[in-house]
Ligand binder design. Structure first.
Ligand SMILES: NC(=O)c1ccc[n+]([C@@H]2O[C@H](COP(=O)([O-])OP(=O)(O)OC[C@H]3O[C@@H](n4cnc5c(N)ncnc54)[C@H](O)[C@@H]3O)[C@@H](O)[C@H]2O)c1
Length: 260
């Protein structure tokens, strides 16, 4: 029996990386998945890859920093499949920059997407879950950068700290409706976001990219970057029945990086 047969799931940032992998794993397990991303071209580009799930999937261009896009996305899944069972709030932007050069526009961009976008998707989806009365599950993707001070990632790290924190508040608020809210905090994942980070670190530190990557991976106790599947495995577990007593938690999926 497929674990998520008949469940209706939203995944944001679904055109690549963790969001794409998570969507495909939910599809394999029988779920209907609304795959949302701001990058329409990239979403179009994965149509062949997911063609065998054509009846279970809905691709949608959504900018999560826009309230009207969030409302349209929630309406779309309700009109198409009738309810929302799980939300994976995965879309986000990174910012790697010297702290002394951070601008107000940098803050606005990071907070509008990573914090307010994530929060309002959670809120609007929870309202539908409450209306339907069947509980639900919300996963907010944070980062281990949200656990510590990170001067070269300051607004990003602060945004992910906010995600970890509001996940706890929401878990308390929504527990009475059997809506569980958890967070997954990845370490470093081998995706285009990591490529953006190490290229910028190379410029900031005036060091070649190979050295930046080698030094970074050397610090990880398990001595490798995460694959998107490592993160998706934790997300699907938290959404499964096996995790029915887990709420308000952050699971660090980081090869041990958070403890060194
Ligand atoms: N890659 C890492 O090393 C790393 C580390 C820790 C945490 N994370 C977190 O994991 C999650 C997935 O990261 P990833 O590496 O797959 O990232 P990624 O950059 O590969 O993918 C992010 C996706 O989000 C989409 N997106 C960006 N802004 C959007 C918006 N306004 N509206 C809708 N979609 C938008 C992008 O188009 C992209 O497809 C993110 O929340 C990220 O912060 C990543």
């Amino acid at each position: 029996m497929k674990k998520f047969k008949g469940k209706n799931v939203i995944v944001t940032g679904a055109a690549q990386g963790v969001g794409k992998e998570t969507s495909i794993m939910f599809l394999e397990e029988g779920a209907n998945v609304l795959m949302a991303d701001i990058n329409n071209l990239k979403l179009d580009g994965i149509k062949t890859e997911i063609s065998r799930y054509i009846d279970q999937v809905h691709l949608m261009k959504v900018d999560i920093s826009k309230q009207e896009d969030i409302s349209l996305m929630i309406n779309e899944i309700i009109n198409k499949w009738g309810s929302i069972d799980c939300v994976v709030n995965n879309a986000s932007v990174s910012l790697t920059k010297n702290m002394m050069e951070i601008t107000i526009d940098d803050w606005d961009k990071v907070l509008n997407i990573n914090v307010k976008g994530t929060f309002f998707i959670m809120l609007k989806a929870a309202k539908e879950m409450i209306k339907a009365g069947n509980g639900g599950c919300i996963i907010n993707i944070s980062s281990i950068a949200g656990l510590n001070g990170r001067p070269l990632f300051l607004p990003y790290a602060a945004s992910k700290a906010a995600v970890i924190n509001f996940t706890k508040s929401a878990a308390i608020e929504f527990a009475k409706y059997n809506i569980r809210v958890n967070s997954v905090a990845p370490g470093t994942i081998d995706t285009l976001m990591w490529e953006y980070v190490y290229k910028n670190l190379s410029k900031i530190n005036n060091s070649d990219e190979e050295t930046i990557i080698k030094n970074w991976v050397d610090r990880i106790p398990l001595k490798r970057l995460a694959k998107p599947k490592d993160i998706a495995n934790a997300i699907l577990f938290l959404c499964s029945e096996e995790a029915e007593y887990i709420t308000g938690q952050t699971i660090n999926v980081c090869g041990g990086l958070s403890i060194v």
